[in-house]
Design a protein around this ligand. Structure first.
Ligand SMILES: NC(=O)c1ccc[n+]([C@@H]2O[C@H](COP(=O)([O-])OP(=O)(O)OC[C@H]3O[C@@H](n4cnc5c(N)ncnc54)[C@H](OP(=O)(O)O)[C@@H]3O)[C@@H](O)[C@H]2O)c1
Length: 302
């Protein structure tokens, strides 16, 4: 949002960890008057030399801009910082880019509404060096007015996607996406540990792992189609029963090699549940349904 004369809207950033510093840097680079506040003072040196104004009181930071962006460690920290200054935030747009759950986002939106604050929740899908580049995207949900009014400013951080008025939607998407990432990280850890148990260098092994993972990723749209259609049995080429038979080898070999199989054990349990539940001929995609249905109690079928 500009004032029509081309001058940039003032922006306040609360929280100067790695991410908050990157966010403030993006606004400075785009010529926005940028006010910053951090619980521990003295972390804004570089930003100040680039033109940011660091203030000692969070209420003064909020008073400086109609657009206030908070990015601290977690939601309890958000509330610790903002609860005492609800009145100062009244009439402003608050964009919360702190990682949290949908329930925390909705609670914070309710708190904001009670103080007359226009609230947008967000999930940053980038690391700090990616902020402001084409690699970054940020998910938003909550006040559509706030998103429309400040879309241009939000786009400075990365591609901005608005997901709907339910303030919990950005956090839900964020955490679902991170689940994919951390599931992959768990696989990376196990794979490098198992290869390393025979002194295979990670830098050699990665040349094999990378193309295999690319091939698996290329199949992801087929997963999505099966999941949306609910058809897990047509045209199956790698059935669950076969995979449930092969998977224990991974666990056994890990143990034999002195590598803890802890990260893989839950997957084994889910595969076994699929087989005992009669899904041996189905695609692995059926596991999504098993994960969202209650685990059977002893003595009842899966
Ligand atoms: N870094 C990433 O790659 C990344 C990527 C996507 C999303 N995020 C999310 O962005 C948020 C910030 O991450 P970060 O990387 O900037 O973390 P960080 O470098 O560890 O910084 C944490 C920030 O939170 C502040 N803080 C912690 N507890 C506080 C409290 N009780 N009251 C006030 N301030 C408090 C810290 O202030 P002090 O300096 O006073 O300790 C600092 O400014 C997190 O929710 C994170 O999940 C991070």
């Amino acid at each position: 949002m500009s004032d029509g004369n081309g001058s940039r809207a003032p922006v306040t950033i609360i929280g100067l960890g790695a991410m908050g510093t990157a966010l403030a840097g993006a606004y400075l680079a785009a010529g926005h008057p940028t006010t910053v506040w951090n619980r521990t003072g003295g972390r804004a040196g570089d930003l100040v030399s680039r033109g940011a104004v660091e203030v000692p009181e969070v209420a003064s930071a909020v008073a400086a801009s109609p657009l206030v962006i908070v990015c601290v460690l977690d939601y309890p920290a958000v509330r610790e910082v903002l609860d005492p200054i609800g009145a100062a935030l009244s009439g402003r747009v608050l964009v919360n880019l702190t990682n949290g759950t949908p329930a925390q986002a909705r609670e914070t939106a309710t708190w904001a509404a009670g103080h007359g604050v226009d609230y947008l929740d967000g999930g940053i899908m980038a690391m700090p060096p990616g902020i402001g580049t084409s690699d970054a995207f940020v998910l938003y949900s909550g006040s559509e007015d706030a998103f429309v009014t400040y879309r241009r400013e939000l786009e400075l951080l990365g591609a901005a996607s608005y997901l709907g008025t339910d303030p919990g939607l950005a956090a839900l998407h964020d955490l679902a996406l991170l689940s994919g990432v951390y599931g992959m990280f768990a696989g990376f850890v196990q794979a490098f540990a198992l290869a390393g148990s025979e002194n295979i260098r990670a830098t050699e092994f990665v040349a094999l792992l990378t193309p295999l993972l690319h091939a698996m990723l290329a199949d992801l749209p087929n997963w999505a189609e099966r999941i949306d259609s609910g058809d897990h049995t047509t045209g199956v080429v790698s059935n669950l029963g076969m995979q449930a038979t092969a998977f224990p080898n991974l666990i056994r070999a890990s143990r034999d090699q002195g590598v803890r199989p802890d990260l893989m054990a839950p997957m084994q349990a889910l595969l076994d549940r699929g087989v005992t539940g009669g899904h041996g001929k189905a695609d692995l995609t059926v596991l999504v349904e098993l994960l969202t249905s209650p685990a059977p109690t002893k003595g009842t079928p899966a």
